[in-house]
Design a protein around this ligand. Structure first.
Ligand SMILES: [Zn+2]
Length: 275
């Protein structure tokens, strides 16, 4: 599942490829948005808020008659979505039926593949789509107030399992399944440990540090070691020896989501409840 750092990087790539260019073609393959015509608008920028991605367009379409000011295209990658960028006229690197958005300029073509929660809104009102989120770990405005706010949200339910609380985007925006397991390992607690038994501020700062470090590189590393198989402490390392103590890493389902989501942990390095 794409984490906040992946979405952040995707937004930057879209921004680099599209910003400043006029849309020669724009297709949104969604019944509710099929009649939206973005052709003729200029792509202003692309950015992310947590795992939500926005592409901004200038006001005024080709006709100019329905001008409502700058508008934003919202998308979410969820479990399987991605944005792919190619040269104009290049062969699509995705099956046609999975392509939900096509944005064409003279410089590049961006394909929204299996992107979810598509919405077109006035840019002035896009904040409403992300108002429920906790502080954005990769937000440009991240500061000590963000840390305090995140700690407040994280500790609001002291009995909640830390692994579940970290995944909750209304607590902190940007953490996914990889960081859930990795942050718990670095905190030395299992994902089933109640929030009340965890240093919440340390948890928040760790999430920010790891996402920020990985925001600008394509290989996600939490161990400081870039060698293959040694980049992550426990995530998807079930049955393999812990990189710190050598004990077999374990995994177990956490939460009741469908499909089930697993958390990985080292039973020796991490204290606290285990399923
Ligand atoms: Zn260990």
């Amino acid at each position: 599942m794409p984490e906040g750092d992946t979405v952040f990087r995707t937004a930057h790539a879209l921004d680099a490829a599209l910003a400043g260019s006029v849309l020669l073609g724009a297709e949104i393959r969604h019944p509710r948005l099929a009649t939206v015509d973005l052709t003729g608008r200029t792509v202003l920028s692309a950015g992310s808020v947590g795992k939500h991605l926005f592409i901004h367009f200038s006001g005024g379409g080709a006709s100019g008659s329905d001008d409502v000011g700058d508008i934003s295209l919202h998308s979410h990658l969820r479990m399987d979505g991605s944005w792919r960028i190619g040269a104009p006229g290049a062969r699509w690197r995705a099956p046609g039926h999975q392509v939900r958005v096509v944005l064409s300029t003279t410089r590049a073509v961006a394909l929204g593949v299996l992107v979810h929660d598509l919405a077109v809104v006035r840019t002035a009102r896009e904040g409403e789509l992300v108002r429920h989120l906790g502080p954005d770990l990769l937000g440009a405005g991240w500061d000590e107030d963000s840390v305090a706010e995140a700690v407040l949200r994280l500790t609001a339910e002291p009995a909640r399992e830390i692994g579940a609380a970290l995944l909750d985007q209304t607590v902190l925006a940007g953490v996914g399944n990889v960081y859930r397991s990795e942050v718990c390992f670095l905190l030395g607690v299992t994902p089933w440990t109640p929030v009340s038994a965890v240093d919440a501020e340390q948890a928040v700062r760790l999430c920010r540090k790891l996402l920020l470090r990985n925001a600008t590189r394509t290989v996600r590393i939490t161990t400081g070691d870039s060698a293959p198989g040694r980049q992550l402490w426990v995530y998807r390392r079930g049955g393999r020896p812990c990189l710190r103590c050598g004990s077999p890493v374990r995994s177990a389902e956490q939460g009741r989501e469908i499909p089930p989501r697993f958390a990985w942990f080292c039973p020796r390095c991490q204290s606290g409840p285990q399923p």
